[in-house]
Unconditional design. Structure first.
Length: 283
């Protein structure tokens, strides 16, 4: 199932890529569920049971520009650093072995999958395509072998990073440099895990103006998604609708020689196998 925010309303996306349609959940359920895309995560089990009972809903056509973030105001955002070995190497940090580095992005940085993002003047803004896991149940001290059952699904995220601000303090202030407005694009929708042949092995790619700069597979993570959920829930209670940025593969601008940064007028494209594509116009 693909769950989307279409023009600010909770929707289920149906149809083929050439003919996508949106089923408005509030209307289709007769008001059983709210139109608020964020509210559904608190009733995720009930929602998925209801959605499974729908009989081939027709839906209505929509424009990609109508899509907003499938998660609008999570109570908590967790982000994982250095979760791919080659990315740790290119960043100049030691590879983590027993514990993943964890930081946050502030919720005000979230934007939709086709939004325009303003770059900070004089900054060094970098790209980081990431698989984002979305919680569908409260998770506290969960076992790794059960961890994926606590997820609503996956979406695509960009952990846009202003490196000057990120590295301005000692130790680096990761969260602030990654939380400018629009620095957390999410989308184009959430995909439930049953849609993937192997939810632990998905290709992810990032391109700028059509030039592919990052490519990798989520099977290359040092800490797989289930391990991240288990480790995070051992220290904090994860709430429905919370999100986890799970790390980025190598190929970021920081690790290039010469270093490369995003510029106004460029187009940033992010793709993950089985989920789709999102695209940001930069200015």
């Amino acid at each position: 199932m693909r769950v989307a925010n279409v023009a600010g309303r909770l929707s289920i996306v149906v149809g083929d890529p050439d003919e996508l349609r949106a089923v408005d959940v509030a209307n289709a359920s007769g008001g059983l569920f709210s139109s608020d895309p964020q509210a559904v995560y608190d009733r995720w089990d009930e929602f998925t049971a209801w959605a499974a009972s729908l009989a081939a809903p027709a839906g209505e056509p929509f424009a990609l520009s109508d899509l907003g973030s499938p998660v609008t105001w999570p109570r908590q955002i967790f982000a994982i650093g250095l979760n791919y070995r080659e990315h740790a190497d290119e960043s100049g940090f030691e590879r983590p072995d027993t514990e993943p580095p964890v930081f946050t992005k502030f919720a005000s940085s979230i934007t939709g999958p086709y939004a325009t993002v303003d770059l900070p003047a004089g900054g060094h803004t970098d790209w980081e395509v990431e698989l984002v896991a979305v919680l569908g149940r409260t998770a506290s001290r969960v076992d790794e072998d059960q961890a994926l059952s606590y997820l609503a699904g996956y979406t695509i995220g960009q952990d846009l990073s202003e490196r000057k601000l990120q590295m301005a303090a000692t130790p680096p202030q990761f969260s602030l440099g990654k939380s400018y407005p629009g620095f957390a694009p999410l989308g184009p929708w959430l995909v439930t895990l049953d849609e993937f042949a192997d939810p632990d092995d998905l290709q992810l790619c990032c391109a700028v103006d059509g030039e592919e700069l990052q490519t990798g597979r989520t099977s290359e993570m040092i800490f797989p998604v289930a391990a991240l959920v288990a480790k995070l829930s051992a220290a904090a209670t994860l709430l429905p609708g919370d999100i986890i940025f799970t790390g980025t593969p190598s190929g970021v601008g920081l690790g290039r020689t010469p270093q490369r940064w995003l510029a106004p007028g460029e187009v940033l494209e992010s793709r993950i196998e089985g989920i789709g594509t999102m695209c940001q116009q930069l200015r």
